[in-house]
Design a protein around this ligand. Sequence first.
Ligand SMILES: Cc1cc2nc3c(=O)[nH]c(=O)nc-3n(C[C@H](O)[C@H](O)[C@H](O)COP(=O)(O)O)c2cc1C
Length: 201
Amino acid sequence: MIELDILGEHLDRAYPILAGLVTPRPIAWVTTLNDDGSVNVAPFSFFNVFGDDPPLVIFAPGDREDGTPKDTALNCARSGEFVVNLVTEDLKKVMNRTSATHPYGVSEVEVENLATAPSSVIAPPRLADASAALECKVHDIQIIGTNRLVLGIVHRVWVKEEFFDTETLRVRGDRFHPVGRMSVPNWYCHTNDLFEMVRPG
Ligand SMILES: Cc1cc2nc3c(=O)[nH]c(=O)nc-3n(C[C@H](O)[C@H](O)[C@H](O)COP(=O)(O)O)c2cc1C
């Protein structure tokens, strides 16, 4: 085994090492409102769901190299609202393009001509073509070093009919296949190679 001192000698490799090992990661494609009302969208794979009562998600925009917060972090702090859009195969390329750095106020939604749909209980819209979306209100933003952890409570879930069983109220895991983020710099995975394992009683 290779031992790596991730807080010491290998601190500058922490990102590729951890982001390469802790895989696959889901991708939050986050819509927020800029202060002029235009819609910002950007992907974040330091993301997951952390509990259900209340329904809790966390994603983590890191500060830019010049020490300034990313637009999504600024918008979450100012408005207290965001939507997590989930990324399926059909949207992976445009999702990637929206990670380009633009000056604050430039709407990636307009640049990429993405259609939006109104949210129900928050102002930022969801992406109309996303198969699922979570309307969230900011619970807290924790700043740890250059990481800004945005903790959000999910108030509404949107999911396309084909991916939801209305009898069991479960997501159809045999159909819903969001893409996963793999090792740095540019790897992803499909999530349609499933197996089942029943938990002991
Ligand atoms: C799949 C993917 C995942 C990403 N995950 C993160 C992340 O977890 N944290 C982060 O700070 N940046 C992440 N990025 C980079 C941001 O999307 C990028 O910096 C973007 O320009 C931020 O936009 P904003 O300034 O509009 O918020 C990711 C990019 C891609 C393509």
